[in-house]
Design a protein around this ligand. Structure first.
Ligand code: F6R
Length: 616
């Protein structure tokens, strides 16, 4: 998704902005640009493609780049194709303002018609350029830029983070946000605005989280925040961020994705830290003390997108069997528009790594409109979900840079497992000593997984080469393994672009089995859990139709259990259900990672994908 960085200080702005853009690249983008004011003129340099192309263009420019204030943008196209004209920053018709924008101005057509009638013409297909000329138009009848900006922002419907610079105020940057992330960084003799803290973290750790409807104006030595409604000054707390910037680097791994897969033992440790009672008697979730509905919900509705949705699917049966709470799981983009019937005693759990996914945030609003309590599971501190949900539990997976989500899912599954235990404990669902045993096994999991990961990686390489020789792959599983099958298929398709689908194994005979032939690989997830026997039979139906099979299962001591029907079998390290899933998950992640690298794909930034989907 688009990234913004703006700087006002006493140093040359361009290198700082380009460095900020590099740190934002993980969000996904298809063009990039910068703008700065020098000798009474706003200069814009932009280009489609990767940042290197922008860096080369800046280097080739004969402009001395002396400006100490400016802004940069990485664009992920929403209006208009990713080309130079549509790339940001945009320059107003009269050259007096430059604007960068994340999000969508929904009523831009109406504004465009109005401005066109006044004689404005537009170079790009973007909604951004329309809003920019509206600012320029309002400036004619406003006492200052701040007021013109405010008037235009009040006209704009939709979701946006906007940053504006002005030819007449070469040291000032104006910014605002609505349903899109934007933070300010407060330095010494320099200030920043960005869509993401990481863009300026090497310069300052002092941060202001802007609320919706805040307008901020920064100069090298000042920052002022106003409310958009009436331009009344707003007082903001400056927070200190503890993030380690090293953790946002690859740390010796070839790709962020591989690093993040290998961080999963650490992620599990952080998820469990302080969450298990010292005498192993129960789960500690102090966040749940806030309200009775958190301690004893009547029902649970999980709403999320993509991998986070798969986390919900995976956990739903645990929430029911252990927690004793009826649980349903929905895709946020469907939930938000289908006018769901929600009971007042229903707890809506929103799961989002980024905390900025537009559909998930819209689902939160639906829950609020129905007077339901919301619980956010989120990885990004200070994100919109973290600030807007009634209660937030941080998944503490650390920054996830790879566009494809891996360790965030592991952390979500861990927290949801703890939640299921927490509710089960309160509803007396566990036999004497049962929870203690489960917690001990859970606590041992990080060390166990850490030992297994290097071997898993080695094994994945061979299986991945064979997988990469297919154009079509089924992932099959039953129960919780069905959710993991969905995640396995999602990872394989998004990373390697191999067509992959997931099915509940029992559904195969209801249609999909027609696709089975010697060129269609089936990856069967059949750990020795309660579904094993049934899943095993379903896979035999594939084998009987000459479908090649990779079986992922545990080693068995039972001589009657043969795997000779499978072309390949990959053994899951021994563990008990549901903890086996925390071992199966990295196996699937590594399989896709290796298949994609073998096929020479861009693992950390797959095509067409964005890390944080802030538009619907
Ligand atoms: C897949 C992936 C996406 C995200 C989805 C939701 O690897 O990363 O499917 O899981 O876009 O994102 P969050 O969790 O940030 O709401």
């Amino acid at each position: 998704m688009c990234g913004i960085i703006a700087y006002s200080g006493h140093q040359a702005a361009t290198p700082i902005i380009l460095d900020g853009l590099r740190r934002l690249a993980y969000r996904g983008y298809d063009s990039a640009g910068i703008a700065f004011t020098q000798r009474g003129e706003i200069h814009v340099i932009k280009t489609p493609g990767k940042l290197e192309a922008l860096v080369d263009k800046v280097a080739a420019s004969d402009n001395p780049m002396l400006a100490t204030c400016g802004m940069g943008h990485t664009r992920w196209a929403t209006h208009g194709v990713p080309n130079q004209v549509n790339a940001h920053p945009h320059l107003s018709s009269g050259g007096e303002f430059a604007l960068v924008h994340n999000g969508i101005i929904e009523n831009y057509r109406e504004i465009k018609a109005e401005l066109t009638a006044k004689g404005y013409t537009f170079l790009s297909e973007t909604d951004t350029e329309v809003l920019l000329d509206l600012i320029a138009e309002y400036r004619k009848s406003s006492p200052d830029t701040l007021t013109a900006f405010q008037r235009a922002v009040l006209r704009a419907d939709g979701a946006y983070a906007l940053v504006l610079t002005s030819r007449d105020e070469p040291e000032a940057v104006y910014a605002t946000r609505k349903n899109a992330p934007l933070v300010a960084g407060v330095g010494v003799g320099e200030n920043f605005v960005s869509s993401d803290i990481t863009a300026f973290l090497s310069h300052t750790r002092k941060v202001i989280f802007l609320d919706e409807g805040d307008i901020i104006r920064i100069t090298p030595d000042t920052y002022q925040v106003f409310r958009v409604e009436d331009l009344a000054p707003a007082t903001k707390a400056v927070q200190h961020i503890e993030w380690d910037i090293q953790s946002a680097r690859k740390g010796g791994y070839k790709h962020f994705m591989l690093k993040e897969i290998f961080e999963q033992p650490l992620v599990l440790r952080s998820a469990l830290a302080g969450r298990i009672a010292p005498d192993w008697s129960g789960v500690l979730l102090p966040e749940m003390n806030e309200r009775e509905i958190l301690r004893r919900p009547g029902r649970v509705r999980i709403v999320a997108c993509g991998t986070s949705y798969n986390a919900g699917l995976w956990a739903s049966s645990l929430i029911e069997t252990w927690g004793g709470v009826p649980c349903s799981v929905e895709i946020a983009s469907e939930f938000r528009y289908r006018k769901p019937l929600l009971e007042r005693d229903e707890l809506v759990i929103l799961i989002s790594q980024s905390g900025e996914t537009a559909d998930t945030l819209a689902a939160l609003k639906v829950a609020r409109e129905c007077d339901c309590s919301s619980l956010g599971l989120c990885n990004v501190v200070g994100s919109s979900l973290a600030r807007e949900a009634d209660t937030i539990i941080y998944t503490q997976a650390g920054p996830e840079i790879s566009v494809a989500s891996t360790k965030a899912l592991c952390s979500q599954m861990a927290l949801l497992t703890l939640l299921a235990m927490y509710w089960g404990e309160r509803r007396g669902r566990f036999a004497a000593g049962e929870l203690k045993t489960l917690l001990a096994e859970f606590a041992a999991l990080p060390d166990y997984l850490e030992k297994q990961l290097p071997q898993m990686l080695e094994e994945a390489k061979g299986f991945a080469v064979r997988t990469a020789s297919f154009h079509n792959v089924f992932f099959l599983g039953r129960g919780r393994n069905c959710a993991l099958a969905m995640e396995g298929a999602l990872k394989l398709k998004e990373l390697s672009y191999i067509h992959a689908e997931a099915y509940a194994a029992g559904e195969m005979k209801h249609g999909p089995i027609a696709l089975i032939n010697p060129d269609f690989l089936t990856i069967a997830l059949i750990p020795h859990d309660g579904h094993y026997a049934k899943a095993y039979s379903n896979i035999q139906e594939v084998a009987a139709r000459s479908g090649p099979i990779m079986a992922i299962t545990e080693k068995s001591d039972d001589p009657s259990v043969t795997l000779d029907w499978a072309e390949m079998y990959w053994h899951i390290p021994a563990a008990n259900d549901p903890f086996t899933s925390f071992l199966l998950l990295p196996m699937l992640q590594l399989l896709s990672y290796e298949a994609a690298t073998y096929l020479g794909k861009d693992v950390d930034q797959p095509r067409n994908l964005a890390k944080s989907v802030t538009v619907e």
